[in-house]
Design a protein around this ligand. Structure first.
Ligand code: HXC
Length: 260
């Protein structure tokens, strides 16, 4: 489906991967309000779709996204941004219950880098460039660039990026742990879809619990995180899929998950 700023589709042999392509080419996928609203709607649809087990979010070859829309932002006043809680609606992506893989080619700058970091896994093309250049235009990252980036790559590297606005390339991003794998540009999306198909093949209850355990852990002291993990682990014993998975192993066959 082609909307104004994005294209959505279902991919994979079993059509169990939700696909969102940011497609605002002439502005290098600058993330205007309309674009982020369309992304939120697509996420609503894929979350409600019982067949979809994982989502891939990508952009175009030149840019995953070159940031929040500077043209749209430039004349906004403090009173406006605070009253509308500007950018808080972007959390829709971070709050998605189904796993999301970002397939990044080209620029992932400012809000673009932050959107990629809201995803659960980042795959990058060899031409990918990550940066938080907000400092150059007189502002600071506002959607996780001072928080998630620090957790992803550590304080010194994150500080260097947010204070200089300099970009890092795909290879450095992989070394730093920001992205999990790097591929040739024309293969990133397919590789992301392959991984998404694998994830979508598991029980959707289990993948949601697993994602929740990892993400909550970022926000909790270790002791509480471990406790939360343990309880979610215990909770899998209330599912049929846990029983089916272990039984299938014992019977040397493939599990038949029913998402229950
Ligand atoms: C609006 C943008 C844009 C953006 C690019 N464009 N980035 N429009 N907002 N963030 C537009 C340009 O105005 C231009 O439109 C077209 O896209 C192509 O861009 P060029 O600059 O001509 O391309 P190029 O010379 O190849 O340079 C690419 C670039 C550069 C290095 C990515 O565009 C750039 O520096 N963009 C801004 C990056 C940035 O500062 N991002 C952070 C934004 S702040 P026309 O009409 O002239 O063809 C941010 C705040 C986040 O994200 C706060 C919390 C989310």
């Amino acid at each position: 489906t082609e909307r104004e700023y994005i294209i959505t589709d279902k991919k994979g042999e079993k059509q169990n991967v939700g696909y969102i392509q940011l497609n605002r080419r002439k502005a290098l996928n600058a993330l205007c309000d309309g674009l982020m609203k369309e992304v939120a709607t697509a996420l609503d649809d894929f979350e409600a779709d019982k067949d979809v087990g994982c989502i891939v979010l990508t952009g175009i070859d030149r840019a995953f996204a070159a940031g929040a829309d500077i043209m749209e932002m430039k004349d906004r006043q403090f009173s406006e941004v605070v009253a509308s809680d500007f950018l808080t609606s972007w959390n829709r992506l971070a709050d998605c219950k189904k796993p999301v893989i970002a397939a990044v080619n080209g620029y992932a700058l400012g809000g673009g880098c932050e959107v990629a970091m809201m995803c659960d896994i980042i795959y990058a093309g060899e031409n990918a460039k990550f940066g938080q250049p907000e400092i150059i235009i007189g502002t600071i990252p506002g959607a996780g660039g001072t928080q998630r980036l620090c957790k992803a790559i550590g304080k010194s590297k994150a500080m260097e990026m947010v204070l200089t606005g300099n970009m890092i390339n795909a290879e450095d991003a992989e070394k730093a742990g920001l992205v999990s794998k790097v591929f040739p540009v024309d293969q990133v999306v397919n590789e992301a879809i392959k991984t998404a198909e694998q994830i979508a093949g598991y029980s959707k209850i289990t993948t949601a619990l697993c994602k929740e355990a990892v993400n909550k852990g970022f926000e909790m002291p270790l002791k509480e995180g471990l406790h939360f993990e343990k309880r979610l682990f215990h909770a899998t014993f209330a599912t049929s899929d846990r029983k089916e998975g272990m039984t299938a192993f014992a019977e040397k066959r493939k599990p038949n998950f029913t998402d229950s």
